[in-house]
Write a protein that binds this ligand. Structure first.
Ligand code: ATR
Length: 279
């Protein structure tokens, strides 16, 4: 009789010490009393292929992938989900029983689930969405907004060419505006999303004027340090529904955990506290 292995999973990145994923998955394993371990693995780019080919043989069921490997793993995977291909990056690997590696991207899923949990009345068709930023996070968010039926997205980025490129890839639901016009875009918007790093503790301020925000609009930020960013603070003062960025991180982890450890976990207040280190 073969010995039943305790499933392993982890996050590969470089650096990886800052990752909150071990705390997050560790909380689920502990509270659901499941056998399994989730560990951070620092992997240099030149070792990436060897590492992900060896992990299944070591008992890993899969792993999360973070900077700088999210694009590189797509080329190394044997099977790529449609959404990962569309986004051009993967954050979740599943090691299949036949030895193949499946690459998926759950960032957009996490974004939408967070929005639905934090703003239960959110209606993708209520009006236009504004997206600030055109980096990796923006790609996942744009793809997910289009998938759930948002009909008009006004996109702006400091470097306009990156926004134009996304418009080219994702199609006519996106209209690109210069960064200097950013303030006008929020006028009458139903959904406002910051995907830039602006507003992060110790970083540059988010300076876009927000006078045009409509009360009742849903405003969210991918920055979660601090949890209440200046954007979310101003939006709350304007009577908007605000959703912080920590939930996106928590929700993107759900599909991977379910595949690796066999049980679908929940995103709860206790989880948020555990991840923030005050649980
Ligand atoms: P990620 O993959 O996490 O989205 P990224 O690809 O480096 O990270 O993107 C960061 C986003 O923050 C980009 O939209 C970036 O704008 P540029 O494309 O012009 O670089 C935006 N960003 C970073 N610093 C900024 C600043 N000081 N002002 C405006 N936008 C900024």
């Amino acid at each position: 009789m073969s010995e039943k292995r305790i499933p392993l999973a982890g996050v590969i990145g470089d650096p990886v010490e800052h990752s909150l994923s071990p705390r997050l998955h560790g909380h689920w394993l502990k509270t659901m009393d499941l056998p399994g371990h989730y560990i951070p693995l620092r992997v240099a780019p030149e070792d990436l292929e060897d590492v992900i080919r060896t992990m299944p043989r070591m008992g890993f069921a899969g792993c999360n992938v973070t900077i700088p490997h999210k694009e590189a793993v797509l080329k190394l995977a044997d099977v790529v989900t449609d959404r990962a291909a569309l986004i051009g990056a993967a954050n979740t690997l599943i090691f299949l029983n036949d030895g193949k590696i499946l690459a998926d991207n759950t960032d957009g899923y996490g974004f939408i689930q967070n929005l639905r949990q934090g703003a239960p009345g959110w209606n993708p068709k209520a009006g236009h969405a504004v997206v600030f930023g055109a980096g990796g996070a923006s790609r996942a968010i744009l793809a997910s907004l289009i998938e759930v039926g948002v009909e008009e997205i006004r996109l702006t980025n400091r470097t306009r060419a990156r926004a134009d490129e996304l418009r080219h890839e994702f199609g006519t639901k996106i209209t690109v505006f210069d960064w200097v016009q950013a303030a006008n875009l929020v006028d009458g918007a139903a959904t406002v999303i910051n995907t830039t790093s602006l507003g992060m503790t110790g970083g540059k301020e988010f300076r876009v004027p927000l006078d045009g925000l409509t009360p009742g609009a849903v405003v969210t930020d991918i920055v979660y340090t601090p949890l209440i960013t200046p954007l979310l603070q101003k939006a709350a003062e304007a009577g908007c529904v605000t959703v912080d960025g920590l939930g996106m991180l928590l929700h993107q982890a759900v599909p991977g955990f379910e595949r690796w450890f066999g049980t679908r976990p929940e995103v709860t207040d206790d989880l948020r506290k555990a991840v923030l280190g005050d649980g």
